[in-house]
Design a protein around this ligand. Sequence first.
Ligand code: ASP
Length: 410
Amino acid sequence: MKKRFKLALPWQILIGITLGAIFGIFAHEYVDYVKWLGDLFLRGLKMVVIPLVFSALIMGVSSIGESKDLGRIAGKTFLYYIITTALASTLGLLLVNIFKPGVGVDLKLSETVTEISSTKISFVDQLLGIVPENIVKAMADGNMLPIIFFAIMFGYFITVSKDKTRIQLTDLFNGIYEVMIKLTFLVIRFAPIGLFGVVAGVVGAQAGDTEALATLFGSLGIYAAIIGGGCIFHGVATLPALFAALTRKNPFKFMKQVSPGLLTSFATASSAASLPINLEDIHVKTGVSRKIASFCLPLGNTVNMNGTALFESVTAIFVAQAYGIDLTIAQQIIIVLTSLLAAVGTAGIPLAGLVMLAVVLNAVGLPLEGIGLVLVVQQPLDMIRSAVNVWGDCTGAAVVAHSEGENLNL
Ligand code: ASP
């Protein structure tokens, strides 16, 4: 059998992005011929987002009920995940407000926004809007917050249903999730070509205007540094400090124990890829029981994404700055809350956070075209945030295990 040489996806994506940028600069009169590749890719991402999030959440929430004594553990796990995700998202918010990377970027995008829709909607209306009047309509409109809310409720009530119903529905949604992951992978496979089209379009629209191009790259550089730096700070300062405070153990020794998983998620830009490795390492090396590891890690893989939450909040505000929109405090709070929920709904696969960006932008009425703006720097950011996402899950599992009286080998 002949063995074909296959380049790993992250490299293909990097090549696609580079070629797209080169095409956009040197052949910008022809970008219309390739821009549709990017549009097709974005359509594919939008196609999978709703069923993917819906099934992932129902699966994650309903898995809690599989064993009776998990109720208490679930409570602690959720609390830890919510607090760390909120810390990450808030850190992002602070940084992006201090450095303001998007201010002054000349977008030349087709959509111009003079006033964003949610300025007309009060904060109370926003909160009320989380509860859908009509779940089918929310899905048709791609309105994610009510969808997430409904999925969490639905998942919860699966756990308190009769055995037969519970098993049937858990199987059903696990199955749907499995299929959706496969479908999403197909779309992601197309990412190198799709990103080529997107980047060619974005760069091409700026080409010829070197000043605008320089501003775009400069701002994107600061934007990327904020996310990269923020994720690293969260990973080596915030989480370790919290870990040390809660367990009185050495967080960096623990980091070393789970480093194969962290590196795997970094290289593949996917938290899911590291799950099998971490489930083993955290039990064998750290001494977390199988019961806690197999609950906290898979759940965290779906719902706990510190890096992604930071990415979502920074990006939404960056896009607002680039469109010259001043966000009120209430809107910024909505962005943080939505980032939390979006991170919960993000699947642990490459670029899933980018799909969910649509949710956050949508929540405050920012144009979805903003996604195209930040695509250029996605690959490295996706790698960093995936590793931080997984690190958050691991610390969560160890903290919960410690609180349950387990002896950690640290
Ligand atoms: N790739 C990330 C992960 O797997 C998700 C994201 O795109 O933010 O954790």
